[in-house]
Design a protein around this ligand. Structure first.
Ligand code: AMP
Length: 286
């Protein structure tokens, strides 16, 4: 596995691959890798085959964190991540730094951002107003640096995947997005780098997100239910985890992300829940 940390070197390599007609798949991450990330690597390999190249990026992108969020303490373990990427069959690990990704940003010398104005509005966008601008900006930059034909993202971040799909179409990136299913722990908790912030009690109660999704699937299985009614029932349901503080809970159309007033099978549900300062998200198709 080759490790590339310079932006210029990454782009040179990508141009060389393009000239040679090599198929390239990109898996963007913020590191502290878990099996969910590694399942994306596997999916990327399937997409481009053994003759193709899988590039994983590890970059904790500062522009997608709000001023009061966990940027400084976001978990990092590059030696371990490097080992995991190697074992998972990543060909190139791209690990740029802030000075190269946003040169001179503090002095105003970096001033271009990508904004998706529709799908990014609600849910994560409402709770984290600057988040998606950071995400679309960094992914657009990664697309330009790695020049992949395929990029793999997780369904775990459902709204992010939708926003990035729209950005890819709107800005005419010749890239196919693959959205891979969410990997979960045995008790249902979606794998996340942020799970390691949880203490034992919080970790035990964090399965409430998964159970809320399952309970909602069951509730709409045979007939539609008013969203307001279902939300009220779920708020009651969440009191079973006294450490959980609901941030948002939404039922929406899976394509437009518009909230629905009557929830039925095929609609999407997403929720964000705080345990102390740790914010967990999850979603499912009902
Ligand atoms: P992150 O490192 O949290 O920015 O995530 C990098 C990529 O991994 C994103 O596309 C996520 O949606 C995806 N991802 C995160 N958690 C999971 C999971 N449990 N299962 C599958 N993909 C995931």
């Amino acid at each position: 596995m080759k490790i590339v940390s310079s932006v210029a070197a990454m782009q040179r390599l990508a141009l060389k691959w393009r000239r040679a007609g090599t198929r390239v798949a990109l898996v963007p991450t913020m590191g502290y890798l878990h099996d969910g990330h590694l399942s994306l690597v596997k999916r990327a390999r399937q997409a481009v085959g053994q003759a193709g190249l899988v590039v994983a990026s590890i970059y904790i992108n500062p522009t997608q964190f709000g001023p009061k969020e966990d940027l400084a303490k976001y978990p990092r373990d590059l030696p371990r991540d490097t080992q995991l990427c190697q074992t998972a069959g990543v060909d190139v690990l791209f690990t740029p730094d802030n000075a190269e990704m946003y040169p001179g940003k503090a002095e105003g010398a970096y001033s271009t951002f990508v904004v998706e104005e529709s799908l990014a509005q609600g849910m994560e966008g409402a709770s984290r107003p600057t988040h998606f601008c950071g995400v679309t900006t960094v992914v657009a930059k990664l697309f330009n640096l790695v020049l992949p034909e395929v990029a793999v993202f997780g369904q775990k971040d459902y709204q992010q995947a939708a926003v990035l799909q729209r950005m890819t179409e709107d800005l005419n990136f010749p890239i196919k997005l693959i959205i891979a299913p969410t990997l979960r722990a045995d008790d249902g908790l979606a794998l996340s780098s942020r799970n390691q912030y949880l203490n034992a009690e919080e970790r035990a109660q964090a399965t409430i997100l998964f159970h809320a999704l399952e309970a909602s699937k069951l509730a709409v299985k045979s007939k539609p239910v008013a969203a307001a009614r279902l939300k009220a029932d779920l708020q009651e349901f969440l009191t079973a985890a006294p450490l959980a503080r609901l941030d948002y809970l939404e039922f929406f159309d899976p394509l437009t992300l518009q909230p629905v007033s009557k929830v039925q099978r095929g609609h999407q549900m997403a929720l964000a829940v705080f345990f102390g300062k740790t914010r967990l998200i999850d979603n499912a198709r009902l």
